[in-house]
Design a protein around this ligand. Sequence first.
Ligand SMILES: CC(=O)CC(=O)SCCNC(=O)CCNC(=O)[C@H](O)C(C)(C)COP(=O)(O)OP(=O)(O)OC[C@H]1O[C@@H](n2cnc3c(N)ncnc32)[C@H](O)[C@@H]1OP(=O)(O)O
Ligand SMILES: NC(=O)C1=CN([C@@H]2O[C@H](COP(=O)(O)OP(=O)(O)OC[C@H]3O[C@@H](n4cnc5c(N)ncnc54)[C@H](OP(=O)(O)O)[C@@H]3O)[C@@H](O)[C@H]2O)C=CC1
Length: 290
Amino acid sequence: MIKNVGIVGAGQMGCGIAHVAALAGYKVHIYDLSAERIEAGLATIHGNLARQVSSGKMSDEDRKKALALIKGSTDVNDLSDADLVIEAATEDETVKRKIYGQVCSVLKPEAILATNTSSLSITRLASATDRPERFMGIHFMNPVPVMKLVELVRGIATEESTFSAAKEFVATLDKTITVAEDFPAFIVNRILLPMINEAIYTLYEGVGSVEAIDTAMKLGANHPMGPLQLADFIGLDTCLSIMQVLHDGLADSKYRPCPLLVKYVEAGWLGRKSGRGFYDYRGEVPVPTR
Ligand SMILES: CC(=O)CC(=O)SCCNC(=O)CCNC(=O)[C@H](O)C(C)(C)COP(=O)(O)OP(=O)(O)OC[C@H]1O[C@@H](n2cnc3c(N)ncnc32)[C@H](O)[C@@H]1OP(=O)(O)O
Ligand SMILES: NC(=O)C1=CN([C@@H]2O[C@H](COP(=O)(O)OP(=O)(O)OC[C@H]3O[C@@H](n4cnc5c(N)ncnc54)[C@H](OP(=O)(O)O)[C@@H]3O)[C@@H](O)[C@H]2O)C=CC1
């Protein structure tokens, strides 16, 4: 029975998952390497919960209850009580494999370890743990408090009891699941990221400006965000990693990451989280950078 949830990574996804898990009554512990990251993440959770109270989505009492359930620290040993740990660190296989080594050494033997990876092979990641049968993908969408879907992905060794526990956990968060097989980028990102990459090629080739491309897709295809705005929202480093996984994993040139995406990531222009991407977020309103 899952009562205590551990989260690795106090970024936008880790904090979003902590937010919805605490609202559902789980005790949540967020672990990250950086104390500043944890502080900033907790401040974001405070802000998002307060917004939900002011828009009438929840009571102030529920907000307080949820906040009291969330703690954070830079000590991996604080995950030792967790029944389920969801890893939501940077989309980089080397980083994730190293984390599993550290986390597995403190976890209870019966605890489930899950990853929020957007694209990486669950079977390969599982092989870096001491518990492939209790490892799987639980892939939330961004922003977690708003998006209804969670993709569940089994690795080759994932036991049915692990899958059922994950399914029950997600149901208690009031989310809908979809099951994807363990192929590069699963379902949502297999379809979404090539569209975003194509939007970046459209910009790269001068077919349209940032504004023209986003307006075209918002008003012409009824997307809630333009593809470049969405890329900035996801994080350009994450978008590039997903395209690289698709390109390497499916060996088809149609998944070649756009050189302009590579250039933005090399510049450290990672989108909203770094203050600049296809838009510059440092002023009052976002301004296109091309
Ligand atoms: C990369 C991967 O592995 C997988 C992925 O996640 S891919 C990304 C998937 N996500 C998307 O495609 C998101 C596309 N965008 C949208 O759906 C919408 O633009 C949006 C829901 C983000 C915002 O909607 P909007 O109508 O423009 O804005 P707004 O009215 O301000 O917000 C709607 C609600 O969302 C909340 N919200 C918006 N951004 C938020 C955020 N970052 N965190 C938490 N809550 C947020 C708002 O507070 C608001 O809630 P209330 O009604 O309680 O006030
Ligand atoms: N962004 C999105 O839209 C979505 C992302 N995902 C996936 O979720 C995961 C996280 O993404 P996201 O939250 O956007 O990324 P962020 O960059 O916002 O956050 C990642 C966090 O992980 C931390 N981190 C890095 N290395 C370690 C480590 N060794 N131990 C502990 N923490 C570490 C980072 O710290 P620091 O910055 O100091 O390195 C950062 O705080 C990725 O796998 C991504 O693919 C899934 C769905 C949607």
